[in-house]
Structure formats: structure tokens, C-alpha cells
Write a protein that binds this ligand. Structure first.
Ligand code: NAD
Ligand code: UDX
Length: 471
């Protein structure tokens, strides 16, 4: 197989940036160029303040930046120079047209593919890094072959990414597996070996698995669907727990000890967020429907519906507890990111909660340690100036948890940041600045109930029975 000397990554986002920074650090002999059409994002990658927050990312980038790792907007030049090109662009849910609300918008993948076809003067290995519907590699092949110079050969690989945000560097450094899908041809196997060699610089060979390209594409959707399904399953049980006096963490512990089930990813919450789960499941629903498999589609759709229900159920609990009215009350929302250790807010449950509290005429005070202020406004207003004026009447952004709690009737923990734990935040101080009765709705079950209720708070924890606590 051919040795890879030069890599281009199209898309400098949450996946392309960290992944290729790790590749560059582990392969100092490979020239890695990460390119994007977004100038400000590239400028940030070249600055001291990276465009995304991930523990360990800044250190990893610093190892190779301007040595064998480069960030630029010169997409064409990077394509021309590369032996291997990762396509790591966004694949959001379609907003209009056929399949809107479900199907993946492959417009960015197609644009990147067409640019590769136009620019390439030598053979390239084109790697699908973006999460795409099963059989997208076929479309990529057709576009490349129909638009390329004669004599230029393309091999197409599927190499889905399994990193989770907040732990991206750790996940990339120690992956459970690296998956490469290729065509069952000599050229396909050879391209697969070239990419495997890049990963083998730091990943043990037995963790690099290869398979046919359709299996590889589908495995990514399957993994996300099954992970999200575990959360919806435990969240469905959390509703039963709250109604009965069972404790969802105890149930999860007991169930997870079965080695066939395992303990991970059984944390009940206010609902999963993030850019992937909802999008990828809906993509799977659409795929199932287009394959005329309505029962399969309905099965997966329910995972998303249960998640919507969980957010609704939590918001309803807050409203009921506050005597069914929020007007003239202040609600402090602790956390706006979709999980801890990231500044990412995409699909965060906090968005739905804040919107529902604002609709109830509450005044909402948000504090998140990493999310930028403009990002909160963007999520809540979608850049619409009319909406913005209304939202800003009801919502404020604070610089600390204590500030958000000042004068509040209730605290809602939406993100499980360590600084919100009762071992890190002085809840006695928080209690003092709040209106009474002071409520806490712990949507992430991070608080020690004894500590919190001893201070005087009325505590509701997701998935905890009400026995012995307030109703
Ligand atoms: P992102 O939106 O953060 O980054 C994508 C980048 O691609 C953007 O900066 C955009 O400007 C750029 N781009 C789009 N079209 C381009 C073009 N034609 N030329 C150059 N640049 C272009 O997205 P992300 O979160 O990094 O996700 C990328 C893909 O990886 C998606 O398919 C996603 O489903 C998948 N994925 C994401 C995660 C995650 O945790 N975020 C994990 C695994 C897989
Ligand atoms: C997910 C997949 O984990 C990852 O493999 C894939 O590559 C991208 O999608 P990500 O969305 O970044 O990663 O984070 P993840 O840790 O999966 O969390 C997703 C959401 O589920 C978060 O809102 C998180 O708080 C929630 N969650 C997770 C739970 O509510 N309970 C759990 O037990 C685990």
C-alpha cells in the first residue's frame, strides 16, 4: 500500500480539529492541513483561544501547530497537496424539502466532494469522516468519477468518528476501536491499509477493524442509536421511579451489574442533547422509511420521542412545584452546555427548559462556566431580532452560580458541571440569597440529597422517588 505523506481535512469543527490534531501529533512525518470555509474559525485555530473547548486540546494542538499541523482557508491548495483527504463537514438535519426534519442534509459533503474532483491532479484516498446515511460512499464515488480529470483515481473509505465531546482527546488517544470500511477490491484494501497505518502510529493494531463500506457507514448510526436508546430507556424508568419511590440510580446500578448490560451510559438525566444523537436517529428513521420498513422507523423514532417527553416532564415538574405559576419568579439555570466539559450547546436540554420557563413568564438567569454569551443568545433567538427583544426581556446571563441564584425561587441544574456539586459550591451561601421556599431541581442527580435538604432546600432529583421528600 501507499504511504501517506500529506493529509487534508475538510472541516475544522468539533471532529476534524481534534481528530487531525491527534493524527498530526502521532505522525510527525505527515503534513496535516485542516481547512475550512469559515475564516473566523480558522483564525481562532491559529490563535491562543481555540474555537472549541476540549480538555487537552490546546496542548495537543500546540505540539504540532506550524510544524506539521496547519489551519487554513485555502481548501484547494490543501486538496491538491494531499494523498488522503478527510471529509469532516457538517451533516445537519434537512430543514426543508423531502425528508425535512429527518434526513441528513448532504449538501456540504457534496460541495466538498465536487471541489475534490475539480482540484485533484493526482490519485487521492477520500475518507468519509462525517456521519452519513448508509450508501453515501456510492454517491461520493459517482460525483468524483463524473467530474475528475482523466487518469486520476479515487479510493473511498468510510471512517466514522466515535469521539464524544468533553472527552474528545481521551477518546481519540484511547479509542475502543477505529473503524475503516472499504470496497472489496485490491485498490480498496490498499487504501484501507494506508489509513490503518496512519492510526497505527498510536492505536494498537487489534483495535483497528476493517469491514465493507456499507457496514461501516451503518455502524456509526447504529452505535449512536443504541447509545441514545439506553438513555431513553433509563429515562423512561426514571418516570416510574418518581411515581413509586424507587431510585433510578439504584436501579441503574443493579441493572448495570449484569455483565450483558454493563454499567455505562445509564445515567438518567433531563434528556440527552448534543449535535449527534437526535440527528443520527432521525437519519436512521428516514433511512428505514425509505427502505419501506415503517415498524423499524417507529421503533427508533420512539427513542427521540421519549427524550422530548423527559424534557417536558421535567419542565412540568418545576412548574407544578412552584405552585403552578412562574410569573414574577426568578429561575436560576445552572449550565447551558449539553454536557459538562464542553462549550457546545447544540440540542442542549437547557434550551428547551429556558424557553419553557420564559413562556411561563419567569425571569430566567443562566450561568454556564464555558458557554459564551453570544452562543446562548444564538440558541435562544436564532438570530431573529423580534424574538431577541422578547427573549432579552426575560433572560439574563450571569457570571457565577451565586449571582444567578440571587433572588431566585428555584435552581434548575441542567448541566452536570463539577462546580455545581455540593462539594464545590457552597449551597448554604446560595440558600441565603434565594427567595423561600428555595427549590432545587437537580436534572443531573449530582447533589447529595442529605446535604441539600439539611440546608433547607426543597429538592427534586430526576428519577428519585418522593418518599421522605417534598411533594
Ligand atoms: P462542525 O459544524 O463543528 O464542523 C464542520 C465544519 O465544516 C464547519 O466549520 C464548516 O464551516 C465546515 N465546512 C462545511 N462545508 C465545507 C466545505 N465545503 N469546505 C470547507 N469547509 C466546510 O461539525 P462537527 O461537529 O465537527 O461534525 C462533523 C461531522 O462529524 C458531522 O457529520 C457529525 O455528524 C460527525 N460527528 C460529530 C461528532 C461530534 O461529537 N460533534 C462526533 C462524531 C461524528
Ligand atoms: C455522542 C457519542 O457518545 C459519540 O460516540 C459520538 O461520536 C457522538 O455522539 P456526544 O454527543 O459528544 O457523543 O456526548 P455523549 O457523552 O454521548 O452525551 C450525549 C448526551 O447524552 C449528553 O447530553 C449527555 O448528558 C447525555 N447522557 C449521556 C445522559 O443523559 N446519560 C448518560 O448516561 C450518558
Amino acid at each position: 500500500h501507499r504511504k501517506v505523506n500529506s493529509i487534508c481535512c475538510i472541516g475544522a469543527g468539533y471532529v476534524g480539529g481534534p481528530t487531525c490534531a491527534v493524527i498530526a501529533a502521532a505522525n510527525p512525518h505527515i503534513n496535516v492541513q485542516i481547512v475550512d470555509v469559515n475564516q473566523s474559525r480558522i483564525d481562532a485555530w491559529n490563535s491562543d483561544v481555540l474555537p472549541i473547548y476540549e480538555p487537552g486540546l490546546a496542548e495537543t494542538v500546540a505540539k504540532s501547530r506550524n510544524r506539521n499541523l496547519f489551519f487554513s482557508t485555502n481548501v484547494s491548495q490543501a486538496i491538491e497537496e494531499a494523498d488522503l483527504i478527510f471529509v469532516s463537514v457538517n451533516t445537519p438535519t434537512k430543514k426543508s424539502g423531502m425528508g425535512r426534519g429527518f434526513a441528513a442534509d448532504l449538501g456540504y459533503v457534496e460541495a466538498a466532494t465536487r471541489q475534490i474532483a475539480k482540484i485533484a491532479k493526482s490519485d487521492k484516498i477520500v475518507v468519509e469522516k462525517s456521519t452519513v446515511p448508509c450508501r453515501t460512499a456510492q454517491s461520493i464515488r459517482l460525483i468524483l468519477e463524473a467530474n475528475s480529470r482523466s487518469g486520476v483515481h479515487f479510493d473511498i473509505l468510510s471512517n466514522p468518528e466515535f469521539l464524544a465531546e468533553g472527552t474528545a482527546i481521551q477518546d481519540l488517544m484511547h479509542p475502543d476501536r477505529v473503524l475503516i470500511g472499504s470496497q472489496d477490491t485490491v485498490a480498496g484494501f490498499s487504501a484501507c491499509a494506508s489509513l490503518a497505518e496512519v492510526y497505527s502510529a498510536w492505536v494498537p493494531r487489534d483495535k483497528i477493524i476493517t469491514m465493507n463500506v456499507w457496514s461501516s457507514e451503518l455502524s456509526k448510526l447504529a452505535a449512536n442509536a443504541m447509545l441514545a436508546q439506553r438513555i431513553s430507556s433509563i429515562n423512561a424508568l426514571s418516570a416510574i421511579c418518581e411515581a413509586t419511590g424507587a431510585d433510578v440510580d439504584e436501579v441503574a446500578h443493579a441493572v448495570g451489574l449484569d455483565s450483558r448490560i454493563g454499567p455505562k451510559f445509564l445515567k438518567s438525566s433531563v434528556g440527552f442533547g448534543g449535535s449527534c444523537f437526535r440527528k443520527d436517529i432521525l437519519n436512521l428513521v428516514y433511512l428505514s422509511e425509505s427502505l419501506n420498513l415503517p415498524e423499524v422507523a417507529a421503533y427508533w423514532r420512539q427513542v427521540v420521542e421519549m427524550n422530548e417527553y423527559q424534557k417536558f416532564r421535567f419542565a412540568r415538574k418545576v412548574l407544578h412545584s412552584l405552585f403552578d405559576t412562574m410569573s414574577n419568579k426568578r429561575i436560576a439555570v445552572f449550565g447551558f452546555a449539553f454536557k459538562k466539559d464542553t462549550g457546545d450547546t447544540r440540542e442542549s436540554a437547557a434550551i428547551t427548559l429556558v424557553q419553557s420557563f420564559a413562556e411561563e413568564m419567569a425571569s430566567v438567569a443562566i450561568y454556564d462556566p464555558k458557554v459564551e454569551e453570544r452562543q446562548v443568545w444564538l440558541e435562544l433567538t436564532s438570530n431573529d431580532t423580534d424574538i431577541e427583544a422578547k427573549v432579552k426581556e426575560r433572560v439574563t446571563i450571569c457570571n457565577s452560580a451565586l449571582e444567578a441564584a440571587g433572588g431566585a425561587d428555584a435552581i434548575v441544574i441542567a448541566t452536570e458541571w463539577d462546580e455545581f456539586k455540593d462539594t464545590n459550591l457552597n449551597y448554604a451561601d446560595v440558600y441565603r440569597v434565594m427567595n423561600k421556599p428555595a427549590f432545587i431541581f437537580d436534572g443531573r442527580s449530582i447533589l447529595n440529597a442529605g446535604v441539600i435538604t439539611d440546608i433547607g432546600f426543597k429538592l427534586h432529583t430526576i428519577g428519585k422517588g418522593t418518599e421522605g421528600r417534598f411533594e
